[in-house]
Design a protein around this ligand. Structure first.
Ligand SMILES: Nc1ncnc2c1ncn2[C@@H]1O[C@H](COP(=O)(O)OP(=O)(O)OP(=O)(O)O)[C@@H](O)[C@H]1O
Ligand SMILES: [Mg+2]
Length: 278
């Protein structure tokens, strides 16, 4: 599914009216079957961009086309059909807590099923071997019949990703898929996503905070900073200097240092804060 953004701006639905858009005047073309990582500091607009690509958030300016269609000009049913052709994995997957893992994973198929088949599958899992195989790819096959609320955060995250393997989508949008995973499972999860997307000709777009993982696994890297495009390059051309500029000041903030311009001499000697406990 080809994606085309022309001068797209968008802001979170809960943002203050008149707030600066989280992404601003973005021009992007992502061809069908491409694999792209979106990196950038926290608050750069990565999730907002994924939401626009998922047809979940309308642009406040500019135009967005997916598969040659402007989703926001489609009739409601056609928009629903279009959404059924894409898979969005939020950072924290919205899994019903009392559901069995097998049912949660098979829910990836729902967009391709009719209403009755969907309802039936909630009570009688239709393809247990399929769910098992998807979970196996994420080292989670032993949790097939476990309840979702008895899983760790990283296990839930992998259930959310395993759903994608069962979905009929031709576009996978994955938001920070590794945030709760240990290094070994991170490598395994990202290789599974990349290899499967490649084998199926699915377009894969993932936001990532792990820059080394992005560079090692994705042929194209988009750097976002303050809602704007910092760079859009083949991974081999993403230099240390570009990365330093992308994360500059944010690293500074992470180290807990105060930017020079903000240092103000205190008029009275600062006193340590004292907490009294009764
Ligand atoms: N729930 C919200 N309510 C209001 N504004 C929001 C909300 N979520 C995000 N925003 C605004 O959108 C901006 C971009 O947020 P976004 O979630 O797209 O960033 P991000 O790059 O995904 O960050 P992170 O790496 O922390 O996930 C934020 O800086 C904030 O101004
Ligand atoms: Mg985000």
């Amino acid at each position: 599914m080809e994606l085309l953004l022309e001068g797209v701006s968008a802001r979170h639905p809960a943002a203050r009216p008149g707030a600066t858009p989280a992404i601003q005047s973005l021009h992007l073309r992502i061809a069908s079957g491409e694999q792209v990582a979106i990196i950038g500091p926290s608050g750069a607009g990565k999730t907002t961009l994924l939401q626009v690509l998922a047809c979940a958030l309308p642009p406040s300016a500019g135009t967005f086309h997916t598969g040659g269609l402007n989703p926001w000009q489609l009739p409601r049913r056609a928009l629903q059909r279009l959404r059924g052709r894409l898979f969005l994995a939020p950072q924290v997957p919205p899994l019903p807590p009392r559901q069995r893992v097998v049912t949660s994973v098979l829910a990836g198929r729902l967009p391709a099923m009719g209403l009755w088949a969907s309802v039936r599958s909630l009570f009688y899992p239709s393809d247990i071997p399929g769910a098992y195989q998807a979970l196996e790819r994420f080292d989670l096959a032993d949790k097939l019949f476990e309840r979702v609320d008895r899983l760790s955060g990283g296990e839930r995250q992998r259930v959310g990703l395993a759903r994608g393997l069962l979905s009929p989508a031709s576009l996978w949008l994955v938001d920070e898929p590794l945030s709760a995973l240990d290094p070994t499972r991170s490598r395994m999860a990202i290789r599974t996503l990349v290899d499967e997307a490649h084998a199926r000709g699915v377009t894969l777009i993932s936001t990532l905070h792990q820059v080394d993982v992005a560079l090692a696994n994705f042929p194209r890297i988009i750097g976002l900073r303050d809602g704007a495009l910092a760079f859009d390059l083949p991974s081999a051309q993403v230099t240390r200097e570009l990365l330093a500029r992308l994360y500059d000041q944010y690293e500074h903030e992470l180290r807990g240092e105060v930017p020079v311009a903000e240092v103000v001499e205190p008029s009275v000697p600062s006193q340590p804060a004292v907490m009294h406990c009764r």
